[in-house]
Design a protein around this ligand. Structure first.
Ligand code: 5AD
Ligand code: SF4
Length: 472
């Protein structure tokens, strides 16, 4: 399919909506749920809306459009969406607010059915594969007063050249691939984001070069499974053009490392089973690639991992960590863990604690298992009672927090390279930035330091942040 032509069609719709909006100064409010990929999608939606003449407001009461970019990885996001929709009903009646809902949750039929039945005042529903068509959907909703449902089940194409309005002037996310082929049995993502497809090396490199020219210092490469970048294309003989030597994730890291102006490169999320030696070597060799690697564990017990379809054992995970620690100086690790997967016994859960004790993660993102309609996990008979899941969660949290406290002590007295991101949210007299290991550092300093990579002496630790001092 010719996606360039499709993008041109959308540019025409952008112009049409812009005309309607002339002299009106309309506003939009956006609520984004979920992961960094969704945030990056929201930046694209904001880019389109701003080109159509809308400006952003944080107050939905002032808005002409309320937009939700939804996530469905865990159940609390659903409660949040339905709660918010209830609140918006009155605004819809009073001032004709346009309500649009997009993203992963819209790929789930039981959710869209519920919206159509109980929240029929919603104007636009669009899915993950039709985000690029938002200008057309919006035009039809406001000009033709139609209810729009624009959701398809086939894998979307990759659309290049959509407008984008980024949240930061210093850090930027770049999506390198869409979808997932792994089908972990707890996870809804493969069903709502479709199969893996990679962006072309050229379009990624050009985007990063453009970001570097615009003054961006840190790039985060995004994908559900970044270290299998271009794998499917190679396996299925889908042609792609190599560009600046890029034909894999490792070569992509190396090529981006050469781009002048970029100072830091991060990536989320890799899969342990695809962590090949060439990627480990690239991380070790590339000075701009941060030495914090997010390596989702999910569970520490081999039987549970098998049930989860993760394709590695406890021992293989630990061996990988050992190998990485040996090959990458100053490596730090973060992870995702799910507690209470169906059938997990107390004993098996102990293996998760054991891995956490051994690896000493810099950061652990902890989740209580949440049943997702349509996944194999949801059909497993031996679901764990809520109170046991919570007990395990608290036990894990206690361990993680004690490790973080201990780990924080190691920073005190050291000098850390910090990328200064801006004023601290809680105290605008202070600046905030992050270490290579992604720890927040708050310090007093001149605003001219914003956007610079500087050395800070760490003077104290406060659980979720460190305090630093500028070295003179
Ligand atoms: N329940 C709980 N956590 C989940 N995750 C994915 N699916 C589920 C689920 N059904 C977690 C995984 C993943 C992270 C993004 O969300 O840990 O890595
Ligand atoms: Fe979900 Fe597993 Fe794919 Fe990650 S790798 S998106 S957890 S199925």
């Amino acid at each position: 399919m010719d996606t360039t032509n499709e993008v041109k069609v959308q540019e025409e719709y952008i112009e049409k909506v812009k005309k309607i909006n002339e002299g009106k100064n309309p506003k939009y409010n956006i609520l984004t749920m979920g992961c960094q990929l969704n945030e990056n999608d929201s930046e694209k939606l904001c880019g389109m809306l701003e080109k159509m003449g809308y400006t952003k407001t944080d107050n939905v009461k002032e808005a002409d459009i309320a937009l939700f970019n939804t996530c469905c990885v865990r159940e609390n996001a659903e409660d949040k969406l339905f709660g918010k929709l209830g609140e918006l009903k009155r605004l819809k009646e009073e001032k004709g607010l346009v309500i649009a809902i997009g993203g992963c949750m819209m790929q789930e039929k039981h959710i869209t059915d519920k919206i159509k039945e109980s929240y029929h005042f919603v104007d636009i529903l669009f899915g993950t594969h039709t985000l690029y068509k938002f200008p057309e959907d919006l035009y039809k909703a406001i000009e033709e007063k139609k209810k729009i449902e624009d959701i398809i089940d086939v894998d979307g194409e990759i659309y290049e050249g959509l407008p984008i309005k980024r949240d930061s002037l210093i850090k930027a996310s770049v999506t390198i691939m869409n979808g997932c082929n792994n089908f972990c049995t707890y996870c809804i993502v493969p069903y709502v984001r479709g199969r893996e497809r990679s962006r072309s090396p050229k379009s990624i490199i050009e985007e990063v070069k453009h970001l570097a020219k615009s003054g961006y210092k840190e790039i985060t490469l995004l994908g559900q499974n970044v270290n299998s970048y271009l794998r499917v294309e190679k396996e299925k003989n889908i042609p792609f053009d190599e560009y600046e030597g890029v034909n894999s994730f490792a070569t992509l890291l190396r090529a981006i490392n050469k781009i002048d102006g970029i100072e830091r490169i991060r990536f989320v999320s890799p899969h342990p089973k695809d962590f090949t030696d060439d990627v480990i070597e690239a991380i070790a060799d590339c000075d701009k690639v941060c030495k914090l690697v997010h390596l989702p564990l999910q569970a520490g017990n081999t039987k549970v991992l098998k049930e989860m379809n993760r394709k590695y054992t406890k021992e293989q995970y630990l061996e990988l960590v050992d190998k990485m620690k040996k090959k990458i100086p100053n490596l730090t690790l973060s992870t995702d863990i799910i507690v209470g997967f169906p059938g997990e016994t107390d004993e098996e859960f102990e293996d998760t604690l054991d891995v956490v004790r051994k690896v000493k993660f810099e950061q652990v993102y902890m989740f209580i298992y949440s049943r997702r309609v349509g996944t194999p996990g949801d059909k497993m008979p031996n679901q764990i009672p809520e109170e046991i899941k919570h007990k395990r969660f608290n036990k894990l949290k206690e361990l993680v927090e004690s490790q973080i406290e201990e780990n924080n002590q190691k920073y005190v007295g050291t000098v850390q390279k910090v990328l200064v991101e801006g004023e601290s949210k809680n105290n605008t007299l202070m600046l905030t930035g992050r270490t290579d290991s992604n720890k927040v550092v708050i310090f007093e300093g001149d605003k001219t330091l914003i956007g610079k990579l500087i050395d800070l002496k760490i003077v104290s630790e406060h659980m979720w942040y460190l305090k630093g001092e500028v070295l003179n």
